[in-house]
Design a protein around this ligand. Structure first.
Ligand SMILES: C[S@@+](CC[C@H](N)C(=O)[O-])C[C@H]1O[C@@H](n2cnc3c(N)ncnc32)[C@H](O)[C@@H]1O
Length: 335
């Protein structure tokens, strides 16, 4: 989600909730996996339908408070695990028929307001950015990687035009001065010539958050493993908040739902051989009403696909396509 803080807002608002419900139709019952439980916005709505059951995951241990209350209230209809969603295929589901698997990517309003996490450029204190179940912090990244490595993270994960300049300034400054959240914001500001519509630090903070939380491999393996456990007829629904996430989700669904030929001299294979049927060609975005009520939903895009059949080795293509991003993430080996 966008990191701008709106002081009048107090709690997280689930994004595109009505649209999600109309896609997954919990009124007819079934088991749903909420991969990004957060404040339980989607889960609570699904559980309002008495024939439904929810299995929820979230990497942030803070989610346990809300999930414990739901476990008491709903008993066997609700089950929570404090795990990353790439772990989804390790859940012991006993051959359960899953209706839909839902991902609402990024972070919640509650997390960005948590100053200890340091996700916002309005935070003060040490660089952190860990969402939960992490191996290193943003401080480790800023202090231990070299100029080229930082530049790559800023460029590819943040689409930051001034990545080179900012990386150089960090390297120069980090020996002499402690770089905490506000010092990083100052370095970014001093590298920029003009005023921007969004906060100047948005892209650098996004890139560090993606790197610290390994969000690229989480998303890619989350999608791959979700697809593996889903039976034909099941749906994968994803809400993204920035173009890099959306690019990955769009490619994944599209590449596995298109007619393909093995070579240009061979006929295209039948559509029945596709793994997915795309639910919506254009992404679903928040209505004017939702935007008015929750401006933080403004960059949300929803895509969904229905699994048609099991296909072997389907993950090859996405891994090849986004290998350059996974390699950048692998720079964390040095930390
Ligand atoms: C936008 S919030 C979800 C809000 C939720 N839909 C609601 O209505 O309350 C995203 C949540 O996903 C969690 N998250 C992000 N990446 C994750 C991952 N790889 N595995 C598990 N949880 C993750 C975050 O900790 C955060 O709580």
């Amino acid at each position: 989600m966008n990191a701008t803080i709106f002081p009048e807002k107090k709690k997280h608002c689930p994004v595109l909730l009505n649209e999600i419900i109309s896609i997954i139709t919990p009124q007819y019952g079934g088991t749903f996996i909420d991969c990004t439980f957060g404040q339980g916005g989607y889960t609570k709505k699904i559980l309002e339908y008495p024939k439904s059951k929810v299995i929820a995951l979230d990497r942030d241990p803070e989610s346990i408070k809300i999930s414990s209350a739901l476990e008491k209230k709903f008993g066997k209809r609700f089950f929570f695990k404090n795990k990353k969603f790439s772990f989804i295929d390790k859940l012991e589901l006993n051959n359960e028929n899953i209706n839909s698997i839902i991902f609402d990517l990024g972070y919640s309003y509650t997390q960005i307001k948590d100053t200890g996490k340091g996700l916002s450029f309005n935070s003060h204190g040490e660089l952190n950015m860990k969402m939960g179940i992490n191996e290193f912090s943003a401080k480790d990244v800023i202090y231990k990687l070299d100029k080229n490595e930082l530049e790559k993270i800023f460029k590819f994960f943040g689409d930051e035009k001034d990545s080179k300049k900012i990386a150089s300034k960090i390297i120069k400054n980090r020996e002499a001065k402690k770089i905490d959240t506000q010092e990083l914001v100052r370095i970014i500001k001093s590298s920029k010539k003009k005023n921007y519509k969004t906060h100047v630090a948005t892209k650098i903070f996004q890139s560090l958050r993606i790197f610290v939380n390994k969000e690229i491999s989480e998303l890619i393996f989350g999608l791959i493993n979700a697809t593996k456990i889903l039976k034909p007829g099941g749906k994968i629904v994803v809400v993204t908040f920035h173009s890099l996430e959306d690019k990955i989700v769009k490619f994944f669904f599209k590449s596995l739902s298109e007619k393909k030929s093995i070579s240009r001299y061979m006929p295209k294979i039948d559509e029945e051989d596709n793994l997915f049927k795309i639910g919506n060609k254009k992404p679903i975005v928040p209505s004017d009403k939702e935007l008015k009520a929750n401006i933080l939903s403004r960059s949300a895009k929803l895509r969904f696909a229905i699994k048609e059949k099991d296909v072997l080795n389907f993950e090859k293509e996405i891994l090849k396509k986004f290998n350059y991003l996974l390699e950048i993430e692998n720079l964390s080996r040095k930390l």
